[in-house]
Ligand binder design. Structure first.
Ligand code: BF8
Length: 644
């Protein structure tokens, strides 16, 4: 069995994770990396998107290459099947984001009503949002304003007509007009989800192009009712991130402390766990530990890193590795990107995996049900479980990889503008725009998304970033991609060695104006819902220059995409005319039409997302090649914008 397993160097470039995979093999425990090898080659029909399971007449599948049946029983063609499957996949990616946003909105409402133990940490942002939503602010208590904003936010899931409130508040008028013409303006996120599922059911929408317009509609919904809503209200409740220094890699797990991991996405529990870990420090000392160490995995990590500087152990693909150190007492999870294998892996160690949501349980995990009202109680229970488990460690099984890397995070749009104000207080965006125009910054790329056990962990994310930096492309990052970069020094000024001269000068000048040696080579802008921050930055630049996002030399890239959520975010970028690079092909290859609409250029065909919106999907698995394709597109956009 062992000889069939891939060498750890082929699985990840994180040496700590390599060490843990070897340890897992020695101890007879399976991780995602080895399960991936066992699964082997993927089903071709599934990979191409040509398997239709929409009714009980099937499943039907179209044989590639024109051999065999070319339609399903109902007559559905490969184009129709692929487009419907893709729309459904994007809907599946959008649902978690809109549910995340709805839960945060309810938490804000309960906080405003005094029913949940959170505070309005950023009243200025709340008032700004309320004013932009057209709500009355004057003469109202902050709780009343919070209640009005929460209720307005909840309209995003209820109103039957009109425009999503957060879309109306944020969108560029010209972009909005284009979407109106295409009839893809969403009113209500729940309705969008229902309509999407309705249109892909057997016997409904069979027009592949119409279905792809539906994908863009979902992207817009995801961006405004999911990402923007979540980020805005989280900033109100937990504070807007500012510059923080922290640490990365498995070395953040501390031998002599009670180690508790937060993992998942919605920050309500994670934030409280951090708070109660500080408050219950003495109880940990009473059991012989030096204290309590909270660290993060996936996007919960991003939330508490950005706001509180909590260190990050690792990202999606190696989420089992912290358990394998034998030094983690508890792992509190909520939802999304949480592998169901965690309790199975923890069977061989003492880690207690604790689920917290009624609709997201895992057999073998403990469950403490979270509601915003019970947040303090639940967080205390999680921390106390961690403390109680400290004495259950097996010293024979303990092995913590020592590597640890410094990183900076907290680059909200507000923080970036603040930093730029120290260069030009009256006109903060001017230095950035001037440097883009002058070519010191060739363009901006958002490196976003996941790590995926199908490809060498962190490698493509890191190589893509380095190649872009070398060519003076400014890189901002979110999600697990940001974690990859953090692990390899790219979230600190150490990464400046990879930057081209122009970019290095800008990062150094802005950094020094802010009392730092230089800004980090890549700016960490947060979790996956915080892709809204990237959109805000891009919108601010577009407004400043007087153009639309689609006209700017910017792009998104997700070299190690795993979760359909990243596809929904990609559709959001695309709808704004921003190119999206993917390092793993989504299941659309079975339809030439769908592939052409999404990946074709407007010069080849008007009926492409490039022609209709101004951005396209770029598929390239080699990160160096991909960087160059993206750079070429950036140069094209520069030529059109600046007449270069
Ligand atoms: O929302 S980057 S693996 S953790 S999906 Fe998941 Fe992908 Fe990580 Fe965050 Ni985003």
């Amino acid at each position: 069995m062992k000889e069939k397993l891939l060498s750890v160097e082929d699985l990840t470039i994180d040496t700590g994770v390599q060490q843990m995979i070897l340890k897992s093999r020695d101890e007879g425990v399976k991780t995602a990396f080895d399960r991936n090898s066992e699964i082997g080659a993927r089903c071709t029909f599934g990979e191409l998107g040509v398997c239709c399971k929409r009714c009980l007449a099937g499943p039907c599948r179209i044989l590639p290459g024109g051999k065999g049946p070319q339609t399903g029983v109902c007559g559905a063609t490969a184009d129709q099947i692929v487009a419907r499957n893709f729309l459904e996949m994007v809907a599946q990616g959008m649902a978690p984001h809109i549910e995340h946003a709805r839960e945060v909105a309810l938490t804000l409402l309960e906080t405003a009503e005094g029913k949940a133990p959170y505070e309005i940490k950023n009243p200025e942002k709340l008032i700004n949002i309320a004013s932009r939503l057209g709500l009355t602010v004057d003469g109202k208590e902050i709780e009343e304003v919070a209640k009005d904003v929460a209720l307005k936010a909840l309209e995003s899931f209820q109103q039957q007509y009109g425009i999503l409130p957060w879309l109306e508040m944020n969108a560029n008028q010209k972009t909005l007009a284009r979407w109106k013409e295409l009839n893809i303006i969403p009113a209500n996120a729940h309705q969008e989800l229902t309509v999407a599922i309705n249109r892909v059911t057997m016997g409904s929408d069979a027009d592949p192009v119409n279905l792809l317009l539906g994908v863009m509609r979902l992207g817009i919904t995801d961006g405004y009712a999911g990402l923007h809503l979540s980020t805005d209200l989280q900033d109100v409740l937990f504070g807007t991130p500012g510059l923080v220094k922290s640490k990365y890699r498995l070395g953040v797990i501390k031998e002599k402390m009670v180690n508790i991991s937060v993992h998942g996405h919605i920050p309500m529990l994670a934030d409280k766990v951090v708070e109660w870990a500080e408050k219950l420090e003495d109880e940990a000392k009473a059991v012989g530990a030096e204290g309590i160490n909270v660290f993060g995995i996936c996007c919960s990590a991003n939330e508490v890193l950005m706001r509180k500087g909590i260190p990050v152990a690792t990202n999606f693909a190696s989420q089992e590795a912290p358990i394998l150190t034998g030094a983690v007492e508890a792992m509190a999870v909520d939802i999304q990107c949480v592998m169901p294998s965690l309790p199975t892996v923890s069977n061989d160690y003492h880690t207690e995996v604790i689920t917290s949501l009624p609709y997201s349980k895992i057999p073998g995990a403990s469950h403490i049900e979270f509601t915003p009202a019970k947040a303090d109680e639940v967080a205390q229970a999680v921390v106390r479980k961690g403390i109680a488990n400290f004495g259950k460690r097996d010293p024979e099984k303990m092995q913590i990889p020592p590597e640890i890397v410094d990183a900076y995070a907290g680059f909200s749009t507000e923080q970036i503008v603040e930093a730029l104000k120290n260069v030009n207080p009256e006109d903060p965006l001017k230095p950035l725009v001037d440097n883009i125009k002058a070519g010191n910054i060739l363009g901006v790329v958002a490196l976003v998304g996941c790590t995926n056990p199908r490809v060498k962990q962190d490698w493509a994310n890191v190589e893509m970033a380095k190649e872009l930096l070398k060519h003076n492309v400014m890189v901002v990052a979110t999600g697990c991609s940001a974690h990859s970069l953090g692990k390899f020094g790219l979230l600190s000024s150490e990464g400046l060695e990879y930057c081209g001269d122009g970019l290095k000068q800008v990062l150094t000048a802005v950094g020094q104006a802010n009392g730092m040696e230089a800004l980090p080579s890549v700016l960490h802008m947060g979790s996956c819902v915080d892709n809204s921050r990237i959109a805000d930055l891009v919108s601010a630049l577009a407004d400043y220059i007087g153009v639309e996002a689609k006209d700017l030399p910017v792009a998104g890239s997700t070299p190690e995409i795993m979760n359909p959520k990243a596809l929904a975010i990609g559709a959001y970028f695309l709808a704004h005319g921003v190119d999206v690079h993917v390092g793993i092909m989504p299941p659309i290859g079975g339809s030439e039409l769908v592939t052409n609409v999404l990946t074709g250029s407007k010069e080849e065909h008007e009926l492409t997302t490039d022609g209709l919106f101004g951005g396209k999907v770029i598929y390239e698995k080699d990160p160096i090649e991909a960087a160059h394709v993206v750079i070429e597109r950036i140069k094209q956009k520069r030529a059109e914008l600046f007449g270069e």
